[in-house]
Design a protein around this ligand. Sequence first.
Ligand SMILES: NC(=O)c1ccc[n+]([C@@H]2O[C@H](COP(=O)([O-])OP(=O)(O)OC[C@H]3O[C@@H](n4cnc5c(N)ncnc54)[C@H](OP(=O)(O)O)[C@@H]3O)[C@@H](O)[C@H]2O)c1
Length: 338
Amino acid sequence: MTDSRIPTVRLGEDGPEVGVQGLGCMGMSFAYGPTDTEASRATLERALELGVTLYDTADAYGAGENERFLSPFFRAHRDEVVIATKFALSIPPDEPTKRIIRNDAPYIRQAVEASLERLGVDVIDLYYMHRRDVNVPIEETVGTMAELVREGKVKHLGLSEVTADELRTAQAVHPIAAVQSEWSLFSRDIEARVVPAAHELGVALVPYSPLGRGFLTGSFVQAEKDLTDDDFRRTMPRFQGENATANATLLEPIRAVAKAHDASLAQIALAWVQQRAAVHGLPIVPIPGTRKPSRVEENLAATRIVLTEDELALLEPIAGQVAGTRYPDMSFASAGRE
Ligand SMILES: NC(=O)c1ccc[n+]([C@@H]2O[C@H](COP(=O)([O-])OP(=O)(O)OC[C@H]3O[C@@H](n4cnc5c(N)ncnc54)[C@H](OP(=O)(O)O)[C@@H]3O)[C@@H](O)[C@H]2O)c1
């Protein structure tokens, strides 16, 4: 390991050891407007050089397109990467705002085979339930996921956007390596119950959208004006109209802290989530998403920033002041069921 590589952390008690920051790959094929394939490939390679080992995708990202795109990179570096993918969610191509959620055994069994095929690998390192279908008992869903581990199709299990109670029930069926949920300066609802439960159970947290889907970097304000027509963020209440204008003013304290560290807003947002998890005594691996090698370098440099108590206090009130929810229908997230 060279000096420039990031430290590592273990996911859960028996999970994989991975670099302390992972890479979210969703935007390389889906959700955030036009992508540059060559730049995305270069981003993956640069991340690996710098010690990123956890790469995050899902079958839902572009209806399998993201898994297919990542396959050559994963196959070329199979022993160096930890592949995380997910099942449960599908988005009808002709109805991009609709979400179909399935957690039943026949669905999971066909989903895992399809992901293995698209990824072109024999085993998935970390397999997440992407969203909860409340019509299927979670014991049954995790029971089926555990069978996949015994059959050698999957190494470790994860859950996304589950409540604290769902996590406890799941952990009693099979060890859960990680919960992946939204956690950032703008989205702190999981700190009330999910984070303490994860700490109690020895489960790691993988914060998704740690940059507030890009909003915390200051790169856009009003989704309907600043983003392309097909950008998924246009559907999110907090990025729309007056909400977005009000939320942009909440970046001011982040700007002030960034200036003091000669850092970017993105770096302060990432340093904050890392330090907030330490307060909760929890191992975490944030997975900021980017398609640009220079931003991977910038985001990884955030792992070396230490915020002072005064700076943390300045950033503390932000989440409580955010206008608009993170999803149009919050039953899509754990907070809507807690
Ligand atoms: N489990 C779930 O339900 C769920 C939901 C959402 C996301 N995820 C996962 O979490 C990953 C990360 O979340 P996310 O992509 O939604 O949001 P994010 O990481 O908070 O933000 C990504 C956005 O920030 C921009 N960005 C990244 N680094 C930047 C920097 N240094 N300066 C300025 N802009 C920067 C990216 O643009 P560029 O790409 O152009 O750099 C992109 O638009 C996803 O890729 C996906 O794997 C999971």
